[in-house]
Ligand binder design. Structure first.
Ligand SMILES: Cc1cc2nc3c(=O)[nH]c(=O)nc-3n(C[C@H](O)[C@H](O)[C@H](O)COP(=O)(O)O)c2cc1C
Length: 146
């Protein structure tokens, strides 16, 4: 069974709810899970599975509680080819840069050669008030790969 770090970017808490729902499913499947609401790069273990759940704020911007990690990935991180990850992006398609934070983060991880185990899920707040529902379905589609 794997050790999973769920790394959260949120402003208003929706991403926390999604993260907690995914945590529950992962624990039920026998994995060990830690939630990070203020993740720092040097505190993350690259042998763990990294599951990102982030909303977008401003105009396609990273939520403040995730900025430090994203800047560290951009500015100081060497390639991390051993890291396996998946990413849920919460957004709202009425904004110009839909799920911009999730897209930027995913692109950054790809640039650092981290291994995505599944395509990024983008959840549109104009389509659902319960982002944890599609997130849970998405998790079921690839949980065996952890
Ligand atoms: C001030 C503000 C700015 C936002 N900017 C964007 C944006 O640029 N792109 C996007 O896709 N969603 C944007 N959103 C939508 C949020 O990402 C979406 O509602 C998300 O579910 C919020 O999750 P959270 O509660 O975890 O922060 C914005 C929401 C607010 C309130």
């Amino acid at each position: 069974m794997a050790t999973v770090d769920i790394i959260i970017g949120t402003v208003y808490g929706s991403a926390v709810l999604v993260a907690e729902t995914l945590e529950e499913a992962l624990v039920k499947a026998g994995h060990s899970v830690t939630l990070h609401e203020d993740a720092e790069l040097d505190e993350l273990d690259q042998s763990h599975f990294w599951l990102f759940v982030t909303s977008t704020t401003g105009q396609g911007d990273i939520p403040p509680n995730l900025v430090s990690l994203v800047e560290a990935l951009r500015e100081t991180c060497p390639p991390i080819p051993e890291v396996r990850y998946a990413l849920v992006a919460l957004g709202d398609s009425s904004y110009d840069d839909f799920c911009g934070a999730g897209r930027q983060l995913d692109e950054q991880l790809q640039e650092l050669q981290a291994q995505s185990v599944t395509a990024r899920l983008q959840v549109d707040a104009t389509e659902t008030l319960e982002p944890e529902v599609p997130a849970l379905e998405w998790l079921k589609g690839w949980i065996e790969k952890i």
